[in-house]
Design a protein around this ligand. Structure first.
Ligand code: IPD
Length: 279
C-alpha cells in the first residue's frame, strides 16, 4: 500500500485488526489477581503494564501493514512518518480497567492531513466494536444512527464533571453548574472512558457526553464515529465554540445525538473554558 492513497475502508480494516489484537492483549490482564497500577500525572491518573502491552500490539499490527507509519500513542509517543497519522489509546478508561470495572476500550484513529478518515473503538469485554469510515458508522457491522432524547428532562448525560484537577479555581461555580445539570437532566452519569461514552451517544444509549483534559488519541476516533452516525461533536476553548477543523486536538468537547442542543451544557462549557477558568 506504500505510495498510494489508501481508502478509508482499508484504513478502517487496519485499525479494526489492530484494535482487536490490542484488545485481546489488554483483556488477558483485566481483573487478573494483583495487577499492579501506577499513577502518572497525580493520584487520579492510573497506568498499568497492560496499557504499554496493548499499545505495542496495536503498533505492531499497523506497522505490519504500513512499515514506518506515523504513529502517536498515549504511552509511547510519536514514531515514524507518513501521510496518515495513527492515534492509539491502548486502554481508554484505565482507571476502570485497573480496578475491574468493565468500561474501557482500545481506541485507534487514522487521520489524513487535518481530517479523521477512519476510527475504531473496541470494548473487548462486551465484544462491541464501533467503527467509522467513509461509508458511515457501525456497531459490530450494523449501521448506526445517533438518535435519542432531545429534551433535557428525558435525557441521559455522560460526564466527568467537574474534573478533579480543575477544582482549585472557581470551585463553587463548578459545583453549582453540576447542581444545575442534576436538576435539569433526567440522569447524569460518569462512565470513566470518554471514547466509550461518545460511542454510547453515537448508538443512542445516552444523549450527550462532554469532557475535559482530552487528547487526540482519546477522541479522534469516537468523535468521527459520532459524526458519521449523524450526531453532533463540538469543542470549546476561550469561552467559545472552536472551528471543526482539527478539533480532535482540542481538550474540551461536547457530543450529542441528532437534533439535540442542550443549551445548559453549552453555557457550562463556554463558562468553564473562559481564559480565567483554567480547565
Ligand atoms: C481518560 C478517560 C476519561 C477522561 C480523561 C482521559 P485514559 O483516558 O477517557 O474518561 O475523563 O480525560 O484521559 O487516561 O483512561 O486513557
Amino acid at each position: 500500500m506504500t505510495g498510494e492513497i489508501a481508502s478509508s475502508v482499508v484504513l478502517g480494516d487496519i485499525a479494526e485488526r489492530a484494535a482487536r489484537e490490542a484488545g485481546a492483549v489488554a483483556a488477558e490482564g483485566f481483573r487478573s489477581p494483583g495487577m499492579a497500577f501506577e499513577t502518572k500525572n497525580g493520584f487520579h491518573d492510573f497506568v498499568t503494564e497492560y496499557d504499554g502491552r496493548s499499545e505495542q500490539r496495536a503498533r505492531a499490527v499497523i506497522e505490519q501493514h504500513l512499515p514506518g507509519a506515523h504513529i502517536v500513542g498515549e504511552e509511547e509517543g510519536a514514531s515514524g512518518q507518513g501521510e496518515i497519522t495513527w492515534y492509539i489509546d491502548p486502554i481508554d478508561g484505565t482507571s476502570n480497567f485497573a480496578r475491574g470495572i468493565a468500561l474501557w476500550g482500545v481506541v485507534i484513529a487514522a487521520v489524513r492531513g487535518d481530517e479523521v478518515v477512519a476510527g475504531v473503538v473496541y470494548d473487548p469485554v462486551a465484544d462491541q466494536l464501533w467503527r467509522a469510515d467513509e461509508r458511515g458508522a457501525f456497531l459490530n457491522g450494523a449501521a448506526l444512527r445517533a438518535r435519542g432524547m432531545t429534551v433535557p428532562e428525558r435525557a441521559t448525560v455522560l460526564a466527568t464533571f467537574p474534573p478533579a484537577n480543575t477544582l482549585v479555581t472557581r470551585r463553587i461555580e463548578k459545583l453549582e453548574a453540576l447542581a444545575q445539570l442534576a436538576d435539569g437532566f433526567a440522569h447524569v452519569r460518569d462512565l470513566g472512558s470518554a471514547a466509550i461514552a461518545l460511542c454510547y451517544v453515537a448508538t443512542g444509549w445516552a444523549d450527550a457526553n462532554f469532557g475535559f483534559n482530552i487528547h487526540p488519541w482519546d477522541v479522534a476516533a469516537p468523535a468521527f464515529i459520532l459524526r458519521q452516525a449523524g450526531g453532533v461533536y463540538r469543542s470549546y476553548g476561550d469561552g467559545q465554540l472552536l472551528p471543526e477543523s482539527r478539533d480532535h486536538h482540542n481538550s474540551v468537547y461536547f457530543g450529542t445525538v441528532t437534533d439535540a442542543d442542550f443549551p445548559l451544557i453549552d453555557a457550562i462549557l463556554r463558562s468553564q473554558t473562559r481564559t480565567d477558568a483554567s480547565v
